[in-house]
Ligand binder design. Structure first.
Ligand SMILES: NC(=O)c1ccc[n+]([C@@H]2O[C@H](COP(=O)([O-])OP(=O)(O)OC[C@H]3O[C@@H](n4cnc5c(N)ncnc54)[C@H](OP(=O)(O)O)[C@@H]3O)[C@@H](O)[C@H]2O)c1
Length: 285
């Protein structure tokens, strides 16, 4: 296996999602387009965007100008918080496809459940319709708690393929990971590097990085992989985009994985998806 061979996880019949993808929030304009094109040139095959990021058009341009065949790239986008409900969802889906310049998506996620609207079950049924029509290969959710997931499955019988949640070694969400695993839902980590938390500089991470001649970012991403998670690190720096994919040619020992897992603070994530308009105050992410 080469340094950039991306492993994949099965998330449905004939659907495989690459383990590492490029996150694109808050990239805008030509910076977003350049990052996508560069990432694809480095071997990335998963790109994560959302209508709320206001960069789908540039992401689409980056995909096309990369020269990588559409069928080789896995594209995820997300339904925005103000577009829940059947008619709004259908319109938002069409708009995202048109912005991206694509005729189908690989994965469509409900960005936040927004329980105050009480529409996420209807929205989920609509995503299932879109999947049945062949317009999206896999459907999932983001920032859903087990109670939200349980309700989706009880009322529709359709299990999300993916739940994308904030997850890093400081907040490793063991109970939610276990719930996902028991129910066949792939956990995908957003903010996988814990930006702004000091995680990248912590002694445990930097010590393990030195031992493997890797960067702290690579060690953290490797930890996600060894827990069976997918992750979508964002970078606008060519150097860091490249290094974030070079995580498939080394292995952390069990004790290193345990030491990183033990960094968990026990605190809940700052954005509570049960709050009105879930995800306040960073609801756009
Ligand atoms: N579903 C949701 O609600 C939700 C919410 C937030 C984010 N997301 C998705 O998840 C993606 C990632 O989340 P995020 O951007 O919050 O966090 P992140 O990817 O964990 O961290 C990004 C930050 O880390 C820096 N960085 C990247 N690689 C690095 C490395 N190897 N070493 C040191 N620093 C590094 C980046 O700066 P440089 O650009 O300078 O490298 C940036 O400041 C987003 O882009 C978005 O696609 C989803």
């Amino acid at each position: 296996m080469t340094a950039t061979t991306n492993t994949t996880y099965p998330i449905g019949k004939d659907v495989e999602i690459p383990a590492i993808g490029l996150g694109t929030w808050p990239l805008k304009g030509h910076v977003a387009e350049d990052a996508v094109r560069y990432a694809l040139s480095q071997g990335y095959r998963l790109v994560d965007t959302a209508s709320a990021y206001e960069n789908e058009r540039e992401v689409g341009r980056g995909l096309r100008s990369s020269g990588v065949p559409r069928s080789d790239v896995f594209v995820t986008t997300k339904l925005g918080n103000s577009h829940h409900g059947r008619e709004e969802t259908l319109r938002a889906f069409d708009r995202s496809l048109s912005e991206l310049g694509l005729d189908h998506l690989d994965l469509y996620l409900i960005h936040w459940p927004v329980p105050a609207l009480d529409l996420y079950v209807e929205t989920w049924r609509t995503l299932a319709e879109l999947q049945q029509e062949g317009r999206v290969r896999a459907i999932g959710v983001s920032n859903f708690k087990p109670a939200h997931l349980r309700r989706l499955v009880e009322e529709t019988g359709v299990v999300p393929a993916v739940n994308q949640i904030e997850l890093n070694p400081l907040t490793n969400r063991a109970a939610e990971r276990e719930y996902h695993q028991e129910n066949g839902i792939l956990t995908q980590s957003w903010s996988p590097l814990g930006p702004g938390t000091g995680l990248l500089d912590s002694e445990v991470i930097t010590g393990i990085a030195r031992a493997h001649h890797r960067t702290p970012g690579q060690v953290i991403l490797r930890w996600h992989l060894q827990l069976g998670l997918s992750a979508t690190p964002k970078s606008a720096s060519p150097e860091r985009i490249t290094q974030n994919l070079q995580v498939f040619d080394f292995t952390l020992s069990d004790s290193e994985v345990h030491a990183i897992t033990a960094l968990d603070t026990g605190e809940t994530v700052p954005m509570d998806s049960d709050l009105p308009l879930g995800g306040m105050p960073r609801q756009n992410t």
